[in-house]
Design a protein around this ligand. Sequence first.
Ligand code: HEC
Length: 167
Amino acid sequence: MRYLALFTAIGLAAGCGQDRRPAPAAAEAPQGAEPAGEAAPSETVNDVPTVEGWQDWEEVSRERMFSEGHSDMWVEIYLAPEHVEAYLDEDADIPDDMILVKPQFQSETAEEPEDLTVMIRDEDTESGWTWAMYSPDGAQVMEAGQIQMCTACHAAAGEDMLFRELE
Ligand code: HEC
């Protein structure tokens, strides 16, 4: 039935006067419709989005911070500009698509991060977030899910698991 509905929709979109396409062509349409999704399955884990372009997001940390919690790395924190307010205000609702990117550097002055630790808001998960590690450019997901090591420590930050320590 779904294919039939799709077939009808294609028929309408193509214009009423045109010949109807044979059913097999309509049945193939859903596969052909999403080539991008099909092409990159190895670049994600648990369906999390990539975070390429994170460098252009807004940095909320005031300076690079030494982070004992994160293996004595130096860290900064980035968010999409539209989510900054919700992050800074402890009483605000956290938008479901909020993503926090925390690049980790070897030193206070290193130009390139070693990796990215990332929190992706997802209320359907046990902790309310998907926890992830990405390559420095944000294009490759190394690990994503309910990472016990992350949640065990972030639980100390309270119900929303955000430390909001920015300097
Ligand atoms: C031992 C404690 C500890 C562990 C383990 C830990 N964190 Fe954190 N995290 C912190 C602290 C403390 C902060 C506040 C900034 C700082 O000092 O680094 C923070 C901040 C963050 C932030 C910025 C958002 C916020 O909380 O304000 C992100 C994103 C983040 N951590 C991701 C992760 C991910 C992903 C993991 C697991 C791979 C992880 N962290 C593991 C302690 C920890």
